[in-house]
Design a protein around this ligand. Structure first.
Ligand code: ATP
Length: 237
């Protein structure tokens, strides 16, 4: 299998604080991979580095066979490496549909009716709110818009930053179901989650991150039994 996304020896941080200590990640095409770990482990920093929002101090990012380490986030998005930010970053004053159309536009792709319909099929809650300003939606619906916006750009790989964060249980369920469906269709995903439950439902493979290092990796069925994961999430010894 060929790796679609490869991070090698990634070191990154803020000011003098090193938040990633030489991290290696590999994501195969068609795979859903999760990065889990406690607060402050460096998950968001890793995702931002892969997306091009943070420049690594050392190391390289390769996407689809090309070294993109020095590419901007916009250029990476046009190449199909798309970051889905938290739902609260939708454009509140624009309608659901306008937000979705912008997703395609931002990646240099026209927003097509089949593209919009595919998002509405995945998220029926959005179909009935097409003309509603996104700012009037619930947190869960805004997260759906954020994911939908990513899909509109027809990505080769979607990076998702904590899609379940702060959502009501019912909304977590809907967003998780949609991600399970996308993963099942072979959409390549990298999912950063604090909720191991969401992460393990969606992903095939996972990495556990602690204090800037990847300390465990493997198929989620193995990872969920790893003592370090149990310790991190279930308060075990
Ligand atoms: P969380 O789930 O809480 O977001 P995380 O695993 O995503 O945690 P990061 O946000 O990547 O962790 O943070 C990694 C480290 O970098 C932490 O020590 C954090 O305090 C630090 N850090 C993150 N963002 C900044 C910033 N903008 N300025 C300075 N330090 C930062």
């Amino acid at each position: 299998m060929t790796e679609l996304l490869l991070g090698t020896g990634l070191v990154s941080g803020y000011g003098r604080i090193e938040a990633l200590h030489s991290v290696d990640v590999a994501v195969d095409a068609g795979q859903a991979v999760t990065v889990i770990g406690p607060n402050g482990a460096g998950k968001s920093t890793l995702l931002r580095t892969l997306a091009g929002l943070s420049r690594p101090w050392q190391g390289t990012v390769e996407f689809d066979g090309t070294d993109v380490t020095h590419w901007s986030a916009e250029r990476r998005a046009r190449a199909g490496l798309v970051l889905v930010p938290e739902g609260r970053h939708v454009f509140a004053g624009l309608t659901v549909e306008e937000n979705l159309r912008l997703g395609g536009y931002a990646a240099g792709r026209a927003a097509t009716t089949p593209g919009l319909n595919a998002v509405y099929d995945l998220f029926p809650a959005l179909a009935v709110r097409q003309r509603q300003p996104a700012g009037t939606l619930s947190g869960g619906e805004q997260q759906m818009v954020a994911i939908g916006r990513g899909l509109m750009s027809r990505p080769k790989l979607m990076l998702l930053d904590e899609p379940s964060l702060g959502l009501a249980p019912q909304a977590v369920r809907l967003v998780t179901d949609a991600l399970v469906e996308l993963a099942g269709r072979g959409t390549t995903l990298v999912l950063v989650e604090q909720s191991a439950s969401v992460a393990f439902q969606v992903a095939h493979r996972g990495y556990l991150m602690e204090r800037g290092d990847l300390v465990a990796s493997g198929p989620v069925d193995h990872l969920r039994k790893d003592p370090r994961v149990l310790r991190a999430y279930l308060g075990g010894p």
